[in-house]
Design a protein around this ligand. Structure first.
Ligand SMILES: C[S@@+](CC[C@H](N)C(=O)[O-])C[C@H]1O[C@@H](n2cnc3c(N)ncnc32)[C@H](O)[C@@H]1O
Length: 280
């Protein structure tokens, strides 16, 4: 099927210039780089917003985005990819348990693209296990740019299916099963939810609002959406924020082995920050 045929089937006119404008705007607002191949995704995600707002074209919608702060948030929410799961890349959670054992003085863990919450709650489970309690000295900060996923994360309600690969012991300890019409859902127990502070944070913005150094940064599967320049800027800022013996955890396709001025690889997608003599 050719491009013209696809355009004819579309409800709203979506021109090359509209796609270019979306790409430039998302890059400027969130540092996210959309490849040429993403035009279908952009159309389907933003057509929903155009319909919901009762507008009639992409051009009209894109003007509206620039004039409305609230719609800028919806625009970003619509275009992020939020795929995640509990204990995704499980070796990182074994590494976390080892790190906590070796560094019992750990105070702060930042999960920097927490999506719907499965990742920070997995971190919280490991922390609770390490201290044998829900009341621990470790602050877990979970952030994301997308306000919709943060709302889901705060609720902590997930399909029962999403925890089927979690051990029986963890399921018993950390989840409540819904009843009746909700029997196909689970909720993270309140004690675990209380261990995580969620906040909206754009990694592409100048101030992240941290005034204390951080022991561990989980920054997984978000750098892949940024261009190289943004990736290195974000990595350098995270390295500055980390304690000298801190830990940087990257996603499975994010490789910083060549950034030896910033990080030293210490395991599979695990890094130690390289600190300059002045501590920066
Ligand atoms: C694919 S998910 C990864 C979730 C989780 N870290 C994992 O590995 O399972 C990527 C997340 O990055 C978030 N994101 C994208 N751009 C961002 C930015 N500029 N600042 C903060 N979060 C961003 C998205 O909203 C999305 O929830």
């Amino acid at each position: 099927m050719g491009a013209v045929a696809i355009q004819n089937e579309r409800e709203f006119v979506f021109k090359r210039a509209d796609f270019d404008k979306v790409r430039a705007s998302l890059m400027q607002k969130a540092g996210i780089r959309l490849t040429e191949a993403k035009d279908g995704l952009v159309y389907s995600r933003l057509a929903k917003r155009i319909r919901a707002l009762g507008l009639s074209s992409f051009a009209e919608y894109l003007d509206y985005v620039e004039s409305s702060k609230a719609e800028q948030e919806q625009f970003i929410n619509a275009l992020t990819t939020n795929l995640t799961s509990f204990f995704r890349e499980p070796h990182h959670f074994d590494a976390l348990a080892d790190y906590l054992q070796a560094h019992p003085q750990t105070t702060t863990i930042w999960c920097a693209a927490s999506s719907t919450g499965e990742e920070p709650y997995s971190i919280a489970m490991v922390v609770a296990e390490a201290f044998g309690s829900f009341r621990t000295p470790v602050k877990i900060i979970a952030s994301d740019i997308d306000s919709n996923v943060l709302a889901t994360a705060r609720e902590g309600v997930y399909p029962l299916k999403s925890i089927e690969r979690i051990s029986h012991v963890r399921r018993q300890q950390f989840f409540h099963r819904g009843r009746g019409a909700n029997s196909d859902k689970v909720r993270v127990v309140k004690e675990l939810r209380d261990m995580v502070q969620f906040r909206q944070l754009n990694l592409h913005q100048a101030d992240w609002g941290f005034n204390q150094p951080v022991d561990i940064v989980f920054c997984r599967n978000v750098m892949i959406y940024f261009d190289k320049e943004t990736q290195l800027k974000v990595l350098a800022r995270m390295v500055r924020l980390l304690k000298p013996d801190g830990l940087y955890v990257a996603g499975h396709s994010e490789n910083f082995n060549h950034q030896s001025h910033l990080v030293t690889p210490i395991g599979k997608t695990l890094y130690r920050p390289v600190k300059a003599a002045n501590g920066e």
